[in-house]
Design a protein around this ligand. Structure first.
Ligand SMILES: [Zn+2]
Length: 160
């Protein structure tokens, strides 16, 4: 659709946040290996906003004209708030799309409950009605307890 998701590339220290951002509907690449120079090149080549917990890297990227947000905090709640403040300062709009696979960033598709039979534990299958599969890696999702946590993170983004 017309809604252009905000695109991030998160550095190796921010793996947990990267997974949450995908689930929240942001196009997020997780850069778990390689050096800072490559990360900056990747960001400028792809137009992604760099998320890093490395103050020096954030300043250097900004000085070179890349968009970089310094993300601080000891948990994902704090990191989301830090990201939001940084995005406001840089005037980066935070546009979310449909939830993406937290493992690989792939698109999710609804699957029938009968299709997950024998794949997810029976207790899960009984308690949940909505299942989603990643079209890239096949990972299965359902609205479990993580869903509530995600919604509370989403609220942090929405409130001003
Ligand atoms: Zn996936």
């Amino acid at each position: 659709m017309g809604n252009q998701r905000t695109r991030f590339v998160a550095d190796a220290m921010l793996g947990s946040l990267a997974r949450k951002l995908r689930a929240l509907g942001f196009d997020t690449e997780y850069y778990k290996s390689g050096n800072d120079a490559e990360l900056k090149r990747l960001a400028s080549a792809t137009g992604r906003v760099i998320l890093t917990s490395d103050r020096a890297l954030a300043s250097l990227a900004l000085a070179r004209g890349a968009k970089a947000i310094l993300v601080t905090g000891n948990n994902d709640r704090q990191r989301i708030l830090s990201l939001k403040a940084g995005a406001t300062r840089l005037r980066v709009p935070l546009a979310r799309g449909d939830p993406l696979c937290s493992m690989c960033g792939g698109r999710l598709e609804r699957v029938a409950r009968s299709d997950v039979e024998g794949i997810v534990p029976q207790s899960v299958q009984k308690r949940h009605r909505l299942f989603y599969a990643c079209t890239s890696c096949g990972h299965l999702y359902w609205r479990g307890s993580h869903w509530k946590r995600l919604r509370s993170l989403a609220k942090l983004l929405e409130s001003s």
